[in-house]
Design a protein around this ligand. Structure first.
Ligand SMILES: Cc1ncc(COP(=O)(O)O)c(C=O)c1O
Length: 397
């Protein structure tokens, strides 16, 4: 067996199951799960209809590149969303089966393991796929801490020259899971300069890009930043996007990558062997979803309503603030994060995720310690009920 499989960490939800083993939450309180980032708003009917209207596509093998219609829908969406010229739908866009598999596969494609000392940069706390992708690509993860005292920003100065020299791939998550931070133009400029200097590829995970509060201020995307900085060929940059959160279709498994045409050509080659082409009915449903914004605005309205109602209640007891974007509250706990999550589950049947499960010790700290991630994915009523129970729990501490 591949020995690198033994280097993988248990997934956060597995650790949570272990933490909660044997506890008996009060029978009278129904469970409210705010631990997993699974959108729970309704899937729009027109997406379901597009899927079922094209079931005849099941009779055909799909191509790795996907249909022209889908790639053009994606290129058109990128142009509208980011105010950039439509990317070349043939060479700069590739559909993927959700951003997760693509984020993982990308490291397998990009990392040159023959160099023996490869590092893959990951934010910390982070989405665990980055780490697993690095390890199975024969690299080591290197962590960029997102610390409260630095406003959860990426402190590129914290990485030493000797580490930068070994980085082959840098994962960036903007809007960030779990802190909700969005990278600004100056941060992108800095990262592009570092990428040029040290020769690494940037993988920008933007799967939360469409969940934001202010309709007038959508999060900046990496391709938009590249254009603004005159990097029109997106050299060394690939963005990862997804319909899962935007359109409430986590089960559809649909996203795309876009950016540097040379890198995407290699990624396409890798994917032809990996065999991860998107099913034709899913392609039709995806094109319909990318071509519509009405349901996305409504989706944002629902999240906004929840943040408006829940943030003040939680913030009165735990250090937290409304995020730039995304659907998480990243909240500081007065006791350890695992004790907090355990107590809240045991006494109030509300599930949140300990921050330390989403982070690794780096530079002498685990930046997830003393934080919990609260995913506002349930209904408004449930989120409000959970916030009241969190308040009651905090009052007792
Ligand atoms: C930061 C981040 N990236 C990527 C994903 C994967 O999403 P999907 O594979 O549904 O596109 C998730 C899912 O929760 C996530 O939190």
């Amino acid at each position: 067996m591949n020995p690198d499989l033994d280097r993988l960490h248990p997934y956060p939800f597995e650790k949570l199951r272990q933490l909660f083993r044997g506890i008996q939450p009060p029978a009278g309180l129904r469970e409210i799960r705010l631990s997993i980032g699974e959108p729970q708003h309704d899937t729009p009917a027109f997406i379901r209809d597009a899927l079922s209207a094209h079931l005849q596509g099941l009779a055909n093998y799909p191509t790795t590149s996907g249909s022209d219609a889908l790639r053009e829908a994606i290129a058109g969406w990128l142009a509208r969303r980011y105010g950039i010229p439509a990317p070349d739908a043939v060479n700069q866009v590739l559909p993927v089966n959700g951003s997760r598999e693509a984020l993982f596969a990308f490291a397998q494609c990009v990392v040159d393991r023959s160099r023996g000392d490869a590092l893959v940069l990951s934010p910390n706390p982070f989405y665990q796929i980055y780490e697993g992708a690095a390890l199975l690509a024969g690299a080591q993860p290197a962590f960029l801490n997102h610390l409260p005292e630095k406003g959860f920003r990426s402190d590129f100065d914290a990485i030493s020259e000797s580490v930068w020299k070994r980085i082959q791939l840098a994962y960036v998550c903007s809007p960030d899971n779990p802190t909700g931070k969005v990278l600004g133009l100056e941060e992108w400029q800095r990262l592009f300069a570092l990428a040029d200097r040290y020769g690494f590829v940037i993988a920008s995970d933007e799967c939360y890009s469409e969940i934001y509060c202010d309709e007038a201020a959508p999060p900046l995307g990496v391709l938009q930043a590249a254009r603004a900085l005159g990097r029109d060929d997106y050299r060394g940059i690939v963005m990862f996007s997804s319909l899962s959160k935007r359109s409430n279709v986590p089960g559809l498994r649909s996203g795309f990558v876009a950016g540097d045409a040379d890198i995407l050509k290699k990624f396409w080659l890798y994917r032809t062997y990996q065999g991860c082409a998107m099913s034709p009915p899913v392609q039709h449903a995806s094109a319909a979803a990318w071509n519509d914004e009405t349901h996305v605005r409504e989706n944002r309205r629902l999240y906004r309503e929840k943040f408006d109602a829940v943030t003040p209640l939680v913030a009165a007891h735990l250090g937290t603030a409304r995020p730039d974007a995304g659907f998480y509250l990243w909240a500081r706990t007065p006791i350890t994060d695992t004790e907090f999550a355990l107590g809240l589950q045991r006494e109030y049947n509300v599930t949140v995720l300990p921050g330390s499960y989403l982070a690794r010790a780096a530079g002498g700290v685990n930046p997830g310690e003393h934080f919990v991630r609260i995913a506002l994915v349930a209904s408004l009523d449930e989120c409000l009920e959970a916030a009241r129970r969190i308040e009651a729990f905090c009052r007792k501490l």
